[in-house]
Design a protein around this ligand. Structure first.
Ligand code: ATP
Ligand code: MG
Length: 227
């Protein structure tokens, strides 16, 4: 994925399209969820000050656990928190599915084969799309991701990467090793301990937070409460 790309504002409504897709369920989040994301954002901002944590990968064990949704919510909170201190960047690291790229960067002409850096309608948030593969799927090397993320982190105080599911796509394993910190998304009642352990691998010391989707309200601890 090239580190430099054209910068343009997508023809309004990118957020509305995301919302229509069901990824951002509501513009008025339930307060416990909103509070949890704010806590996690606060923790990541503190980590950023203390340990120079700039690149944050949102991972899960298997597909469909809510990574893309979590990445948008997280970057929205970070973008608002940074305010005048600089914009933050959301990166589509899932080059096979390209969920965010399809919604926020592809045009009427179809999938874009070049990565695009665009401003979004989220406050303080830019977005880097994943190029559509021209031939058979491949993976980027750790060196390629490290170089790209290093270049992006030099421009953005926080870079949130929407990663593929680690047990489903080898690129997820590569990305897990190339980011400074990890946010792990699990689905209550379906993600097992074994899946979680394999998804995190040897990166447990870089896990900055865990988001549990689908937990009954009475059982759920606020995300980030123990951080
Ligand atoms: N907290 C949540 N509450 C309700 N629905 C959710 C929540 N998080 C995600 N979803 C829904 O679950 C579905 C999958 O979410 P999402 O696309 O974010 O998962 P994903 O982990 O990125 O999937 P994939 O691995 O396929 O990329 C979407 O329809 C999304 O709207
Ligand atoms: Mg996704």
């Amino acid at each position: 994925m090239p580190a430099s790309a054209s910068r343009s504002v997508p023809g309004g409504g990118a957020l509305a399209r995301v919302s229509e897709h069901g990824i951002v369920p509501t513009a008025a989040p339930e307060s416990r969820t909103a509070d949890a994301y704010l806590r996690l954002s606060a923790h990541l901002l503190l980590e950023s000050e203390r340990k120079d944590v700039r690149t944050i990968g949102v991972i899960s064990a298997v597909p469909g656990e809510g990574k893309t949704t979590a990445a948008i919510n997280l970057v929205a909170c970070l973008g608002r928190a940074r305010g005048r201190n600089g914009r933050v960047l959301l990166v589509d690291g899932d080059g096979r599915k390209r969920t965010l790229s399809r919604l926020m960067a592809d045009g009427a002409a179809g999938p874009r084969t070049q990565a695009m850096l665009v401003a979004t309608s989220l406050e303080g948030v830019d977005f880097l799309s994943a190029p559509a593969a021209e031939d058979s799927p491949t993976i980027h090397s750790p060196a390629a991701w490290s170089e790209t993320l290093g270049a992006l982190a030099a421009r953005y105080p926080q870079v949130v990467v929407d990663c593929p599911a680690v047990l489903d796509d080898a690129e997820g394993v590569v990305l897990r090793e190339c980011v400074d910190a990890l946010v792990v998304v699990v689905r209550a009642g379906s993600t097992t301990r074994g899946m979680l352990r394999r998804a995190v691998g040897r990166a447990a010391d870089r896990v900055a937070g865990v988001i549990v989707n689908g937990a009954p309200a009475a059982q759920a601890a606020p995300v980030g409460a123990t951080l």
